[in-house]
Design a protein around this ligand. Structure first.
Ligand SMILES: [Fe+2]
Length: 285
């Protein structure tokens, strides 16, 4: 009897040991390995109304600062250029906290790297909550402009070569979505950019088959589905990462929620690696 109890006790000790070891390894991986990965998600999208195929590269939520060195922007720019995009789109949250990190931030280096991104059809960006907050509002628009990005705030552009209507929205949490929003044009492909995915649910007149690109959620950073859903920030609209249809119809507008590049609050990423998104907009057959 005593021997049986000792055996059971030993089994429990071993189980505890393996659990602690697994938790430690997961933490080391989430802190030092996964945040430094960079994956490319590729997909094609049937773009009704488009005049020519168009490759869009989307990146978002870089959160450069304390936990994401500006040095990593070189790799980011090189990877984007290797994809040979027609358009490059940034979804907001460039810096994690400008007021906190500005002494250490090498903005000149960041400017050089973002400037080196090539896109013949143009480079565009929108505002994220971290671009309004942390004192970044003072520099964001001018800084992005100096990197060759046009920042869209409740504005729409017509990209004639592709017949794309590009609509960029202000940040839902900290910006202004109450005023005049751009109206949708007929007979062109609507490509929307908004930092928070919830913005798609606010646009009652969103055309069928439109595509919105968003970030903000970081895929929960800890990409275990139940945990990710518990720690989603406001403005996510319950969306975590990946492609979502807004309703059940085949014609429904879609929102792609990117897990982004950097981290905020916790410098951890687990099962939600940093990503660049490469979308081939194609004329439907
Ligand atoms: Fe973010």
């Amino acid at each position: 009897m005593k021997q049986k109890q000792t055996k059971r006790k030993r089994r429990w000790i071993w189980a505890l040991f393996w659990m602690v070891l697994a938790a430690l390894l997961a933490e080391v991986y989430a802190r030092f390995v996964e945040p430094n990965l960079l994956v490319v998600r590729r997909f094609s999208f049937p773009a009704q109304g488009i005049a020519a195929d168009c490759r869009v590269v989307f990146f978002t939520d870089t959160h450069f600062g304390e936990d994401k060195s500006v040095d990593s922007a070189k790799q980011l720019a090189e990877r984007i250029n290797r994809l040979e995009p027609d358009l490059v789109i940034f979804g907001g949250d460039l810096l994690d906290n400008y007021a906190r990190d500005r002494e250490q931030l090498d903005l000149e280096l960041l400017r050089q790297q973002l400037n080196s991104i090539q896109a013949p059809g143009g480079k565009y960006a929108v505002w994220g909550n971290h671009d309004w907050g942390g004192g970044a509002a003072r520099i964001y628009q001018e800084f992005m402009k100096s990197c060759g990005f046009q920042v869209l705030k409740n504005e729409s552009l017509f990209l004639e070569n592709y017949r794309i209507q590009l609509l960029g929205y202000d940040d839902y949490l900290t910006g202004d979505l109450e005023g005049q929003l751009p109206t949708f044009a007929e007979g062109v492909f609507p490509l929307l950019i908004a930092h928070e995915p919830y913005t798609a649910q606010l646009l009652s007149d969103l055309p069928e088959r439109a595509l919105m690109l968003s970030g903000h959620t970081h895929g929960g950073q800890i990409g275990i589905p139940w945990i990710a859903r518990q720690i989603l920030p406001p403005g996510s609209g319950g969306l975590v990462r990946g492609m979502y249809a807004l309703d059940e119809s085949a014609e429904s507008a879609r929102v792609y929620v990117s897990s982004g590049i950097g981290t905020t609050r916790l410098p951890l990423r687990l099962l939600s690696p940093p990503e660049i998104v490469c979308i081939d907009l194609q004329q439907p057959e």
